[in-house]
Unconditional design. Structure first.
Length: 579
């Protein structure tokens, strides 16, 4: 859950540090005071899209930091482990900075991560529901997800299987489509592949031969100069055809002289070994030079043949690869492709058999998922009608349509799910967007959150002014529903709720008031935690509007006492359930 939020230079916020408690945290304030700015800043540190225009005027970057207690959230811990984020003390500190160029720096427990990774983690930390999310109920594609969420682990396993089989079916169909392309195109491709293979095979390439040929070509191009220098070096060493004394003879005399010296002075024995080694090296070099001269007449190839061979290799390199290894690898690849084309009919038949087997598995799992959705939809209908009845919608009739299309292949199965509703007796259920008002949609969404809230493992929920169109007795019931979400056994949830309703504010375990102040020609948003007196004053303002009277003050006191009694009675019931 969220324990601390620090915001710097975001919109109207200069610096803000807020500690949140477990249970129900309520945020109130005048219209336009900036209540939603805090939630907007929170979404930034959860990885949602940021906008550099939100940087406070006169500043070059904004920073948001959130401190979270992780608890037993296995999916979240798994994601952190996957990203290499240390989680030694059960706490997670997320920081996001954005500068005036739009550049982001995101950190998780000190480790720099991407915005996408931050978003993945944020989705496991907090479930934010705002007024705009009412529109999601109007989209039929979201209704299936609600039913599947209510289906729990069994639905999740079926969905994993249908997604896997659907991907396999798509892959095999693409393979079949490739095998069934125009016959003339296949024949042309066969001829091209056969020509290329014959051309490469006829060249009989050997890895590294081009390097050897280039070396031999260089020798041939410098043959006369090479012959002259090798001959001269041999003459200097061996004395053949030389005017001066042979170098080997001179070293031999030197060796004898040093040997005589070493007989007298043992310090020269090491020198004697050095000269002896020099003599051996000179003899060996003389032998190698002589052999080289003899081999030059027999081992060097014809220069024209070498250049012709190198030209052939260069031609193949231009067509098939930058070196001989790549050319040979290409030949292996097109050889396999040609083999596949030649065996196309056999592979096509095999692909059809594989497709049939995978489709049978997909249809079986999809049918099981369809039956589970029918059962789940029925249970969710009853639960939703019960919740709505408690929210002053006793006459509401909910239908959850599950239509099965046996020809459809999709990752989420073959079903289309749609929520239909009738808010007045005698009327046929219709799509939500055609019959439900804003207040009714708010209550439907709250009911769904009450039903599904405990299934996702997320410990913190944020309600951003979802009480649109609600008042009177219904407002009290909504307040009790939201408060009940914050104490759901066994561990309870943290609820952060921005509201205009005094009934919800009275239920707060922690109450914050947001106010906008003008300081030195600038506007700042302040976040004020309220004590008991402050709660009573803020409730009075919410009840009385512009003018707060003694009567509204007494009404506020009465609401606070009533809320405390409700919370105490629920705690007693929950303790009995847990025991």
């Amino acid at each position: 859950m969220l324990r601390n939020l620090i915001v710097n230079d975001y919109a109207l916020i200069d610096h803000l540090a807020v500690d949140f408690d477990p249970g129900l945290n309520v945020i109130t304030g005048e219209t336009g005071a900036g209540k939603s700015i805090v939630i907007d800043a929170l979404t930034l540190v959860l990885g949602n899209r940021g906008n550099k225009t939100n940087i406070r005027q006169g500043k070059n970057k904004m920073t948001v930091q959130g401190l979270f207690e992780v608890g037993e959230q296995t999916r979240l811990i798994g994601k952190c482990q996957e990203f290499g984020i240390p989680m030694d003390d059960g706490q997670l500190i997320l920081i996001r900075e954005m500068d005036d160029h739009g550049r982001n720096i995101c950190r998780a427990n000190g480790l720099i991560i991407t915005v996408a990774q931050l978003k993945t983690i944020g989705d496991e930390l907090i479930d934010i529901h705002g007024q705009h999310e009412h529109q999601s109920l109007f989209k039929r594609e979201n209704h299936r997800q609600l039913v599947d969420a209510f289906g729990g682990e069994k639905s999740r396993k079926y969905l994993e299987q249908t997604a896997t089989y659907a991907a396999e079916i798509k892959r095999i169909k693409a393979q079949i489509d490739e095998l069934e392309i125009n016959e003339r195109e296949l024949e042309r491709e066969k001829e091209t592949l056969q020509f290329e293979i014959r051309e490469i095979e006829a060249a009989a390439l050997i890895v590294g031969e081009d390097v050897e040929l280039e070396e031999e070509k260089r020798i041939l191009e410098n043959r006369e100069r090479l012959y002259f220098n090798v001959s001269r070096a041999h003459e200097l060493l061996s004395g053949e055809n030389a005017i001066q004394n042979p170098l080997i003879d001179t070293i031999g005399i030197l060796l004898e002289t040093i040997a005589e010296i070493a007989k007298i002075d043992s310090n020269f024995e090491a020198k004697l070994e050095s000269v002896n080694g020099l003599f051996s090296e000179a003899e060996s070099l003389s032998f190698e030079l002589r052999s080289y001269l003899e081999d030059m007449e027999y081992n060097l190839g014809d220069q024209d043949e070498i250049e012709t061979r190198l030209a052939l290799i260069a031609k193949l390199k231009r067509k098939y690869g930058h070196d001989i290894t790549e050319i040979l690898n290409y030949a292996d690849e097109i050889g396999l492709r040609l083999k596949n084309l030649l065996n196309r009919d056999e592979r096509l038949q095999s692909s059809y058999q594989e497709l049939s087997g995978i489709q049978d598995k997909y249809y079986k799992i999809s049918d099981n998922l369809y039956k589970l959705r029918l059962k789940t939809a029925g249970a969710l209908k009853k639960a939703l009608e019960k919740e709505l009845g408690e929210l002053a919608m006793e006459k509401v009739q909910v239908e959850i349509s599950v239509e099965h299309d046996p020809k459809r292949i999709a990752a989420a199965g073959q079903d289309t799910v749609e929520f239909l509703i009738s808010v007045n007796p005698g009327q046929q259920p219709k799509p939500l967007g055609k019959v439900a008002s804003g207040g009714e949609i708010s209550r439907i969404m709250l009911s769904l959150k009450s039903i599904l809230g405990g299934l996702d493992g997320i410990e913190t929920m944020v309600f951003d002014e979802i009480d649109t169109g609600i008042s009177g007795r219904t407002a009290q019931v909504v307040a009790e529903k939201i408060q009940a979400l914050s104490v759901t056994p066994p561990t309870g949830r943290q609820i952060i709720c921005i509201t205009h309703l005094p009934q919800i504010a009275a239920m707060a375990d922690q109450h914050y008031m947001v106010e906008k102040r003008s300081i030195n020609d600038t506007v700042e948003v302040r976040f004020v935690p309220l004590d008991e007196k402050g709660k009573k004053e803020e409730l009075s303002r919410m009840l009385g509007g512009a003018q707060v009277t003694q009567k509204t003050f007494e009404h506020a006191q009465e609401m606070l006492e009533l809320s405390q009694n409700i919370k105490k009675s629920k705690k007693i019931k929950e303790s009995k359930i847990l025991s």
